[in-house]
Design a binder for this molecule. Structure first.
Ligand SMILES: NC(=O)c1ccc[n+]([C@@H]2O[C@H](COP(=O)([O-])OP(=O)(O)OC[C@H]3O[C@@H](n4cnc5c(N)ncnc54)[C@H](O)[C@@H]3O)[C@@H](O)[C@H]2O)c1
Length: 370
């Protein structure tokens, strides 16, 4: 697959982009932050089959028109340049080609879709319609992680020896998730695309590639825990991998179903710790507020340096990822973060982990998957 961006005849906009939100559920609350008070964009339409959602979100955009489906918006004659696609994951593979087919650029929430065939259909639709497809990744706009990458790149930790990511999913705390979201999440789980490894996990795999580049092989042991009869969560799970540059990473996923975790968003206790020959740097939290220490700490030569003034509100990463896209539409320059190729590499990483686990933990090269 090749990048959509350079293969389009895209001409940057010199006026505000006319945008539509397609899907007005839980994550709209964070994606919208990029659009509020942003002169790069004018929100002209809101699309969701739920009248309640449309009415609720109309309060943010009184001048926008509301529609029950993308087809109704397309038929309305209202001019739209780009859509913010916030659809349930099972709808991505068919829904995104539909949106591109109406002639709209698409900023899609992760994960791109469940398999390579679906991703290929999306790419073909982008090329056929000469439109851009971006798969947004907010974690790489989270300031503590950006600072972590900068510190590693500066060489102050010495040559990187390895790194570790940790994720504890807890069942208590955080914001409310609508019951309808659980329905499609359960559907995903039944398809073998669990909420921890594939959905939330997408971000961890994305940060791995963003930090250290392409993956040479991954070994995985994906477990399950039944939380209520018939519903299994994909933990305990452990992934280990090696990048092409020889750096190895480990990611452990643990479920602490009865643990209360303070969070303004999802209850996810996360850490990234990179060890170099001289010291280490650790991001202590991201989505939730598990460890109430500074979000980034650096240990070198017997001293700990703490970062107290980073923007460590997880929501800010959505704001900045979205602003990056809306600005990109005005310049066409620099990385899209992520284009389709990059998103497909993350998908391959996840699929290779599943293939490894199914084969008892043998090493799988993501590029070997068809
Ligand atoms: N970046 C992150 O950290 C993050 C976090 C949560 C969710 N997400 C992603 O955001 C996307 C949406 O997740 P969510 O939690 O908001 O889900 P949600 O279930 O809360 O909302 C989905 C919305 O889409 C609407 N919808 C359903 N079919 C539609 C259609 N055909 N056209 C238009 N709207 C339709 C539903 O009515 C609902 O309002 C998913 O891709 C998910 O993976 C990303």
């Amino acid at each position: 697959m090749s990048a959509t961006g350079p293969r389009t005849t895209f001409v940057p906009y010199e006026r505000p982009v006319r945008a539509a939100f397609v899907g007005l559920g839980r994550i709209y609350d964070l994606n919208v932050r990029a659009y509020l008070d942003n002169p790069d964009v004018e929100v002209v339409a809101l699309v969701d089959p739920s009248e309640e959602r449309c009415a609720q979100r109309q309060a943010d955009w009184p001048a926008a028109r509301t529609f029950a489906s993308a087809a109704e918006l397309a038929a309305s004659g209202l001019e739209v340049d780009a859509v913010e696609a916030l659809l349930p994951i099972p709808l991505h593979a068919d829904g995104v080609p539909e949106l591109l087919g109406y002639g709209w650029h698409v900023n899609l929430q992760k994960p791109i879709c469940n398999d390579l065939a679906g991703a290929k259909r999306m790419l073909n639709a982008a090329v056929a319609n000469d439109r851009l497809l971006r798969v947004m990744e907010n974690y790489i706009f989270y300031e503590p992680l950006m600072k972590l990458k900068e510190i590693v790149g500066s060489g102050e930790l010495g040559e990187v020896s390895g790194y570790h990511m940790k994720m504890v999913a807890s069942g208590r705390g955080g914001w409310d998730v609508p019951g309808s979201s659980y329905e499609w999440q359960f559907q995903q789980m039944r398809l073998g695309r669990g909420t921890l490894v594939f959905d939330d996990g997408w971000h961890k795999l994305a940060t791995a590639i963003w930090l250290f580049g392409p993956i040479k092989q991954v070994r995985a042991w994906v477990g399950t825990t039944e939380v209520v009869p018939g519903i299994e969560i994909d933990a305990p799970t452990t992934l280990v991998w090696e990048h092409h540059n020889g750096i190895r990473g480990v990611w452990d996923i643990t479920l602490a179903i009865d643990m209360y975790l303070r969070s303004d968003y999802y209850t996810n206790d996360e850490r990234w710790e990179i060890t170099g020959r001289r010291g280490y740097a650790r991001v202590n939290r991201c989505t939730g507020r598990g460890i109430q220490q500074p979000s980034l700490e650096v240990y070198l030569d017997g001293e700990m340096r703490s970062y107290h003034a980073l923007d460590d509100d997880w929501a800010s990463s959505f704001r900045d990822s979205g602003r990056h896209w809306l600005r990109w539409l005005h310049t066409g320059e620099g990385p899209m973060l992520w284009n389709v190729d990059e998103a497909v590499n993350i998908l391959r990483f996840a699929l290779a982990a599943y293939a490894s686990s199914a084969s008892g933990g043998t090493g799988v090269d993501p590029d070997s998957l068809n």
